[in-house]
Design a protein around this ligand. Sequence first.
Ligand code: BG6
Length: 477
Amino acid sequence: MIFGATGDLTRRLLVPALRNLRRNGLLPDDFALIGVASRDIGDDGFREHLRKGMEQFGGGARDDIDWFLQRTRYVSGKFEGPEPYKAVAALLPAERNALFYLATPPTEFQVIARRLGKADLLREGENTFRRLVIEKPFGHDLPSAAALDKRLLRVAHEDQIFRIDHYLGKETVQNILVLRFANGFVEPLWNRDHIDHVQITVAETVGVEGRGKSYNGTGALRDMVPNHLFQLLSLIAMEPPSHLSAGALRAEKAKVLHAVRNLDPRLDVVRAQYGAGRVGDAAVPAYRGEPDVPTDSSSETYVAMKLGIDNWRWVGVPFYLRTGKRLGRRRTEITVQFRQAPLALFRDTPVERLPPNDLTLHIQPEEGVQLRFGVKIPGPTVRIDGADMKFNYSDVFEAKPSTGYETLIYDCMMGDASLFQPAETIEAGWGVIQPILDAWENDRDIPLAIYDAGGMGPKEADELLARDHRRWRRIIR
Ligand code: BG6
């Protein structure tokens, strides 16, 4: 059951993901798709809408389009009224399993959940499930996230609620766990004794893409940090769980966020907004010149921060996080920089010239792992340079068509909550950034830097690391 069935998320991602699941034989023959939305287009209108979407996103193989359309129904109505839920109930026998996917604006989550509860659609049988799937944003700060959780928990149990962070559907994000815990040489080095610092970068070239109005009320911090960046942070920093159950995994991830040291919003955080510039060959306007953005907007499109994790493994190791729009290159990556080797043997080599050992996990658009280490430059004198060993997924494995939602939807159906977030993690994430939100709200003197679109981000973010005698990995090489 998809609420918001005529929207963009459904067409671009959910339906193509369902088709890929079907192609891999992972949907049962008695599968049914019920779309719910406000437009009054009837079953046939919705089927036509789906057919066009399927042809546009995911190819036009006729037989599997027909397979879906034969199993598709549509219910129209306003989400706040009881009617659509009655119509849904009439189409959904009590003994059927169901996923209610809320592909709607977040303002609708509470009302739909309440109505589903009232219509008794969330009641599970002994052998049947009823699950509610929602996607970020979960609230806009700690109190609103806690209020949303409270309301959802009035109508469903925690284990019926699947909160999606689409970053966890990315293959290379899932690979973080494998890299760390399936390789004997990694874990012994993965701690404060051997690691100097960690950098997490989510750089985008896109601007606000017509979302000026909603983005302006959100900003880069809320949009990216407590969710996507903190997911990456917790996977990199968590303790090995005792087994791979959802409970064990999620508990370890939550502990990381609970251990983040209180940060100082003035010293440890940089906020910035893009000015005009060039991304690739295209001239792009400043953020304040984007449609629906106030010309005096002080919303940030970039944020960088330094975090500490106060636990036995990580105390003293800084984690530097940054994300921004309209940067010179799209890249999501995590770099773990190891401590320098003892230098005595190379005392005639200036320290700066010894390349640091670092391990970079490329998440997107490249997918792979890269290890940088020092090598001797051939010749009679000892000179050292950095060299790279690089593994690219695409060189080794044939990529399967994936929107990133296949695994997530499949896991929802199977009831495996490992890749979903419990209320505790959501609230812990907001808890970390709440002091920054409060400081920005209350202290207008905290500066907002301006950076050129198409560049590497603001110089203030470079200064954040320079204070610690460190440097960001270059976004543009
Ligand atoms: C979304 C944000 O959650 O993630 C967007 O709201 C952002 O602003 C997007 O562009 C990034 O996702 P991806 O998969 O392109 O890295």
